[in-house]
Design a protein around this ligand. Structure first.
Ligand SMILES: Nc1ncnc2c1ncn2[C@@H]1O[C@H](COP(=O)(O)OP(=O)(O)OP(=O)(O)O)[C@@H](O)[C@H]1O
Ligand SMILES: [Mg+2]
Length: 598
């Protein structure tokens, strides 16, 4: 019972996945079927061939031999050894062509499917909400798009070989029946019995593969984490912990893999002696009971040997299907997950920003977390330079994430010129905001390509301008390769400050309408910070600028300061004005900064 459900499930999975290829599947099956038929005729022709060779003047008495003789008559061909030999050769030649074409169609379908699946999953992943992406494990996506996408669709190849094997089995069964019905039924019975004996092993294979698939992804994740954290790992001499964890993962994987291999080998090994035993019994049966006709005997022994072979092949394929299905399922689950997480963009409107951005009574909490923003309200006029400060964890970056529409407010609105930002096209919106994050990202590529990250069409003049504005031109030009210097993975070959200034340059090269610097100067020395402040001064009025900072010195000469605490703005005003209030948060931070406490 369970088994039929399982088989139905495999077929359903197959059909859900490949149902779109009906015509090709039909073609592949047709070709495979023709391949088997021609092979059957070729082998069947051995009986008349051997009969004639044995000195008999006619073909065998069996139906097939008679039919072949009639076919020769019909085609006006002499029924001689020479022509039968030619016929057999032609049949096998045809068979080869049919089977090749059938495999070719199969390969086309599988590769087409893999390509589309890869493209689809990659696009869907990029299109999903940040909230979902932020929780994904590193390495899992890589694994899905590389190995799993390679393995999963093999279900098609296996299904196709299953079909071919079934055709072949059918043809050899007919061939064997043609000689002796009893012997054929006997061998088919034995096939069923061996299938039943091996059934528990199939279940084991499936369970082990399921586990292997999960383990595979965990290994990818661990390797990925290790590589990302490699500097911290080495710096803290923490290699052992990572090695131990890797050891555990690798060892467990090895055990699972070994178990799979052994089960498969066992299944293969068990069926060989059974088939030899049966052929020996067959010999006794023909010798003692059926009356011995040499040509028929040879053909039926061969046919039954093939029946065993093909049944074994079928078992093997079913077993392989069991190992593949979890991979395909994992892809399907991934796809359906990621489809549910697509970033909804109802906005059609053009980006227009002429007056002000406003956060109006915004409440926000991360899933399952406490309230981060608590009725937050503030306005930023076009062209203003704002300093946003507040204790760590106050929600400063969260405000930026909401502004970038990576998250939506739970209640309240974010308005631009009085219009809800969600009505503006998301791509348009994001393109106008230049964001230098707390943990800047660089490609392992040249400085030039990093500055042109958002738009490869940026001219070299514009690139140099941006680099100059970001106060990075001097150090770039002092590099041996200048703008062609490669920065290493995530920019590891540069200093923290250099990295930040290149990120700033890549943002400025975009000429955004709104510029957000999230702790962008925290890795800079006082002199570079001063230089960046100079940049900001130059940009003043040309862009709307939000500077998030811990160090009050960074924001002391902005137009207006917003102090965030407990999810609300608790202080607001010109820096000098807030500083004159000695009880203010800003004043205390400023004092601490001056006395080197910050
Ligand atoms: N993706 C997230 N999922 C769940 N909670 C988060 C997430 N990001 C931030 N938080 C939580 O939200 C709160 C505000 O975080 P946020 O990053 O906005 O603080 P911040 O003011 O930028 O702090 P800092 O000055 O240290 O950068 C923190 O308590 C943080 O733990
Ligand atoms: Mg932050």
């Amino acid at each position: 019972m369970v088994k039929t459900e399982r088989i139905r499930y495999i077929f359903k999975t197959f059909w859900d996945t490949f149902g779109g290829y009906k015509r090709q599947i039909l073609l592949m099956s047709g070709l495979g079927f023709m391949g088997s038929i021609t092979e059957g005729i070729g082998i069947g022709s051995m009986i008349p061939l051997l009969s004639l060779a044995g000195g008999s003047s006619a073909a065998g008495t069996d139906v097939l031999s008679q039919a072949i003789q009639k076919a020769f008559l019909f085609l006006h061909l002499p029924f001689t050894i020479k022509f039968i030999l030619i016929g057999i050769f032609l049949m096998f030649l045809l068979r080869t062509v049919f089977i090749f074409l059938s495999n070719y169609v199969t390969a086309l379908i599988v590769n087409d499917f893999q390509l589309n699946m890869r493209k689809r999953l990659f696009a869907l992943t990029l299109g999903s909400r940040w909230e979902y992406l932020a929780k994904q494990k590193m390495g899992h996506l890589e694994q899905s798009l590389t190995t799993i996408v390679d393995t999963g669709p093999h279900i098609f190849k296996q299904m196709s070989s299953l079909l071919m094997l079934s055709f072949a089995l059918l043809v050899y069964t007919v061939l064997a029946m043609n000689v002796s019905v009893i012997a054929t039924l006997g061998s088919l019975g034995l096939v069923v019995v061996s299938f039943l004996i091996l059934k528990p092993l199939f279940y084991r294979t499936r369970a082990a593969s399921k586990e292997t698939e999960v383990w595979y992804r965990d290994i990818a994740h661990h390797i990925n984490q290790t590589m990302i954290g490699i500097k911290s790992i080495k710096a803290g001499a923490a290699e052992n912990a990572f090695l131990t964890k890797a050891d555990q993962l690798f060892t467990k994987y090895k055990k699972l893999d070994l178990r799979l291999t052994i089960i498969n080998a066992f299944i293969g090994a068990l069926s060989k002696p059974l088939s030899i035993l049966f052929i020996l019994l067959l010999f006794v049966f023909f010798y003692k009971i059926q009356g011995f006709e040499y040509p028929s005997f040879i053909v039926i022994v061969y046919a039954i040997y093939r029946i065993f072979n093909y049944s074994e092949g079928i078992q093997h394929e079913v077993n392989k299907l069991n190992t593949t299905v979890p991979y395909l399922n994992s892809l399907q689950d991934f796809e359906s997950d990621v489809r549910k997480q697509q970033e909804a963009d109802k906005g059609q409107g053009q980006f227009k920003f002429n007056r002000a951005i406003e956060f109006k009574n915004v409440f926000f909490n991360y899933e399952g977390g406490r309230e981060v923003l608590n009725g937050l309200g503030f306005q930023i006029s076009k062209g203003e330079t704002i300093g946003l400060i507040g204790p760590s964890g106050a929600g400063k970056t969260t405000i930026v994430d909401l502004l970038l529409r990576l998250y939506q407010p739970k209640t309240g609105e974010i308005l631009v010129d009085g219009i809800d930002v969600s009505l503006i096209s998301m791509r348009e919106w994001r393109k106008q905001i230049g964001y230098v994050p707390q943990d800047p990202f660089l490609l392992n590529d040249s400085i030039a390509n990093n500055i042109k990250f958002y738009n490869p069409a940026i001219t070299d003049v514009k690139m140099r301008e941006a680099a100059t504005l970001a106060q990075s031109i001097d150090f770039i030009e002092s590099q041996p390769q200048g703008f062609e210097t490669v920065v290493g993975d995530r920019g590891v070959l540069l200093s923290g400050g250099q990295r930040q200034r290149i990120v700033l340059a890549k943002i400025l090269a975009q000429s955004p309408k709104i510029l957000i610097l999230d702790e962008a100067t925290n890795a800079l020395d006082a002199e570079s910070e001063q230089a960046i402040k100079q940049t900001i001064k130059q940009l003043h009025g040309k862009m709307t600028i939000i500077i998030i900072a811990h160090r009050p010195s960074t924001v002391v000469d902005v137009g207006r300061i917003l102090v965030l605490n407990q999810g609300r703005i608790v202080e607001e005003g010109k820096p000098a004005t807030i500083l004159s209030d000695k009880t203010s948060y800003f004043y205390k931070m400023y004092q601490a900064g001056i006395y080197g406490l910050n």
